[in-house]
Design a binder for this molecule. Structure first.
Ligand code: GLA
Length: 382
């Protein structure tokens, strides 16, 4: 509500009238299924109660004029003359406009004010939230039907081809398709999704290590290349197609590093399906154990954790209210996620913040998070 009022009020001050629409799109946290999306595998993220908000009204010409309260800056561009300029948040707006137009969607111009509370660069998909909010804004003013799955694919295209980040499909899909109180088991090949409720009496706590990713892009691309090489070795389109038995039978022909990369992906897919079943049974202890195993695999086999993430996960696991914890997102810094007993969540948050700070001399951010709905229109003309 706070951000809703903030963008509406800022719009009114800037343009002298209330906005026609307010849209929002959430960030996400992934409970399990890491580095599996680009292997055609399974992920189990939830949309979080932190989002990008845009208050906007249509313009008559083919222009976008958007003011970001967070960056205290303006993005202005013509929809019939899209060009790259500097890097930065405005490129996400242009990229989404580009991808939508490439796909044949006619776009109406708009002016608007943006603000968000998804921490930037923390691994909670602030970029996907911005992209999905912009797509939702275009859909609202241009009056075509909102198709969450198709929009997520186009926003991924914007990020891959306009912004130049080689991400998978998880972040945009969950920002588009999230549902309050639920995580989404997504098959990243068929894009079939199954909503699963969070286990009763649990809370999801996001633990930001206050470290950022550094060389993440090159390491991410390197991991993707290693996974593709492993899939070629097994003679399949993607590692999703390799069972644990096939892996055991044929892993010897791989070099040691590629073997560990493949083992992470193959075991992580199995864990993610098991985690979904555990959630369907309301089995928090089993879900926690799988998260724990996921962290070990990301740390030892896929090697995308960091000292701070390992410390954070260890701090979380030492607490009696914690069922399980793991690094979340691409890794190399950013956030861990913990599943805890709801009634102990506040105390857990305070305790982990103190222990982590004592061990690392860094001040973490801790968010007790609710699973939220995907991108939507919050205010529209009556
Ligand atoms: C980033 C990417 C996602 C996914 C994760 C790792 O968040 O954007 O597509 O690959 O890393 O699971």
């Amino acid at each position: 509500m706070e951000l809703l009022n903030r963008v509406m009020e800022a719009f009114r001050q800037r343009f002298g009238m209330p906005p026609w629409y307010v849209v929002r799109a959430p960030g996400r946290v992934n409970l399990i299924g890491e580095h599996t999306d680009y292997n055609d595998g399974f992920v189990l993220p939830m949309a979080i109660d932190r989002a990008v908000w845009i208050a906007l009204s249509p313009l008559t010409g083919p222009y976008v004029t958007a003011y970001s309260l967070d960056f205290d800056g303006m993005a202005e561009f013509a929809l019939n003359d899209l060009r790259h300029t500097a890097s930065g948040w405005a490129e996400y707006l242009k990229g989404v406009a580009w991808a939508l137009q490439e796909a044949g969607y006619p776009l109406h111009g708009w002016r608007g004010v943006l603000s968000g509370d998804v921490p930037i660069g923390a691994g909670l998909s602030s970029s996907a939230a911005l992209e999905m909010a912009v797509a939702r804004a275009f859909a609202a003013v241009s009056s075509w039907e909102w198709k969450p799955q198709e929009m997520a694919l186009l926003c991924q295209r914007a990020e891959n081809q306009w912004v130049g980040v080689n991400c998978g499909i998880m972040d945009q899909m969950i920002s588009a398709r999230g549902k309050a109180g639920h995580a989404l088991l997504l098959d990243c090949r068929s894009l079939e999704g199954t909503l699963v409720p969070l286990p009763p009496a649990t809370a999801v706590v996001i633990l930001d290590t206050a470290t950022r990713r550094g060389l993440a892009d090159s390491a991410y691309n390197e991991r993707r290349a290693q996974c593709e090489a492993a899939a070629r070795h097994f003679g399949v389109p993607a590692l999703r197609d390799v069972t644990l038995e096939q892996f055991a039978a044929k892993a010897d022909g791989l070099d040691e590093v590629t073997r560990r990369r493949a083992r992470h992906v193959i075991t992580e897919n199995a864990r993610t399906l098991q985690a979904c079943e555990a959630m369907q049974r309301g089995d928090a202890a089993q879900l926690g154990a799988l998260m724990q195993a996921s962290h070990a695999s990301l740390r030892d086999d896929f090697e995308v954790s960091s000292w701070e993430l390992d410390v954070m996960v260890a701090c979380a696991m030492e607490h009696p209210a914690c069922y399980g914890a793991r690094m979340t997102g691409a890794g190399f810094g950013g956030c861990a996620v913990a599943l805890v007993q709801a009634e102990g969540a506040q105390e857990f948050a305070a305790q982990i913040a103190a222990t982590y700070q004592a061990r690392t001399q860094r001040v973490p951010a801790v968010y007790i998070s609710q699973a939220a709905d995907g991108a939507d229109v919050v205010v529209m003309p009556t």
